[in-house]
Design a protein around this ligand. Structure first.
Ligand code: SF4
Ligand code: ZN
Length: 284
């Protein structure tokens, strides 16, 4: 590991931010921070870019507390990270929205990760928009996109490829534009970078991670990393190709939920359906 690696990593990140216009003057960016290495790297790249270019752009860290046993510990790490970068932190606890992930998942007999995903997507968009964010930055990396791409294409779900973009905009004004600074960066690289920079980040897996483990995902990940060993810049090159494919597909624009008014493809959004279920089990 060398200073040269870190320098190149940062330069490459800045070039990507510039090329895809991830940041623009007068932006107010919400950065979703989970405490992990990817969201931390995302925050670092955005903050260092804004400072380097002296850009008139406000960066705000946003943390969603999932109310698990380890959530307090995670929140403290996020606080240290944001203090170190000099970022304002907005924290939201899902219990304030009346949600108990463990209870819902047990009673619904649905994987906790799928329930968690619904809640995170909903609240990240809603809270960012209500706080006047112009964009929401997430730490999704090239591995996440590549695995998702192969899994979806092999099962015939082509339309979702439309979402594979470093900047994802929607015609629905209630959907906050997503930006993904790590679109071409692999997970192994963000780990090396954070370790080299001696950043503190959450290393313990989520207590429900074991349940999340999906054998196919692991096999895809191994295969992608194996190809990367003999094909130089495989992830970067493949992500550029995916970006071109993504323009060939279009997703249906979301309408608004009849109950809460948030964007959804159904009459009633997935979050409201979970809330209705939560209210029912809390009363019984
Ligand atoms: Fe949520 Fe934990 Fe599953 Fe991640 S592993 S989706 S944080 S429950
Ligand atoms: Zn709703």
């Amino acid at each position: 590991m060398s200073v040269e690696f870190a320098r190149r990593f940062i330069k490459r990140g800045w070039k990507f931010i510039e090329k895809h216009k991830l940041l623009e003057e007068n932006d107010r960016i919400f950065i979703a921070m989970s405490g992990g290495k990817d969201s931390l790297t995302t925050a670092y790249l955005l903050k260092s870019y804004v400072d380097e270019k002296n850009l008139d752009c406000e960066l705000v860290a946003f943390h969603l507390n999932l109310n698990f046993e380890i959530s307090k510990e995670i929140e403290e790490i996020v606080k240290k990270q944001t203090d170190e970068f000099g970022l304002k932190l907005v924290k939201v606890n899902i219990k304030d929205y009346g949600i108990n992930l463990v209870e819902i998942s047990e009673k619904l007999r649905r994987s906790i990760c799928s329930v968690c995903g619904v809640v995170k997507r909903y609240l990240m968009n809603k809270v960012a928009r209500e706080n006047n964010a112009t964009k929401l930055a997430t730490g999704h990396n090239a591995d996440d996109f590549l695995i998702f791409f192969f899994k979806n294409v092999s099962s015939g779900n082509y339309d979702l490829i439309a979402k594979f973009k470093p900047v994802l905009k929607s015609d629905n004004v209630k959907m906050v534009t997503r930006i993904r600074p790590l679109f071409e960066v692999g997970g192994e690289e963000t780990k090396r970078f954070c370790d080299f920079m001696q950043f503190e980040y959450v290393k313990k897996p989520c207590p429900f991670f074991i349940k999340k483990i999906d054998v196919k995902r692991i096999e895809w990940e191994k295969e992608i990393n194996r190809i990367s060993q003999f094909e130089k810049n495989f992830k970067k090159k493949f992500m550029s190709a995916i970006l071109k494919f993504s323009d060939c597909f279009k997703l249906e624009e979301p309408k608004n939920c009849k109950l809460c008014g948030e964007p959804t493809n159904k009459e009633i959004c997935a979050f409201c359906r979970l809330k209705l279920f939560q209210n029912r089990i809390s009363k019984s």
